[in-house]
Design a protein around this ligand. Structure first.
Ligand SMILES: [Zn+2]
Ligand SMILES: [Zn+2]
Length: 115
């Protein structure tokens, strides 16, 4: 079985709860920087345990982490999903340790080229 990439992404990244917008906003207020690079641009709220497998954790603040989707960096894709939207990085919390804006997490290399 090989679902479409776009579908996989849709399922894992587009929660449908009417509460999601509020929860996402509240999360971004608390954690307003990317947990990998410390940046504050193009932020996304990533589900540590994927929403489509753990729908009950959709709104659980413990299951959320802020990652960016900046062009050329895309920590959400590379760290949150190991470069493939079908995948999930179970170690994202261990890996992502940026403590605040502008403080990068210690370098950890997934399958990605560093220029
Ligand atoms: Zn980032
Ligand atoms: Zn994600």
């Amino acid at each position: 079985m090989r679902p479409l990439r776009a579908l996989g992404r849709f399922l894992s990244e587009r929660p449908r709860s009417p509460e999601w917008r509020k929860v996402r906003k509240a999360h971004l207020r608390e954690e307003s920087w990317c947990k990998m690079c410390g940046g504050n641009k193009d932020l996304q709220v990533h589900h540590i345990k994927p929403f489509h497998l753990y729908p009950e954790l959709e709104l659980d603040p413990e299951n959320l982490i802020t990652l960016c989707e900046r062009r050329g960096i895309d920590d959400h894709l590379y760290y949150g999903h190991l470069g493939d939207w079908q995948k999930i990085n179970p170690n994202i919390v261990v890996v992502a340790t940026s403590r605040g804006p502008g403080v990068p997490a210690p370098l950890w290399r997934p399958r990605r080229e560093h220029p």
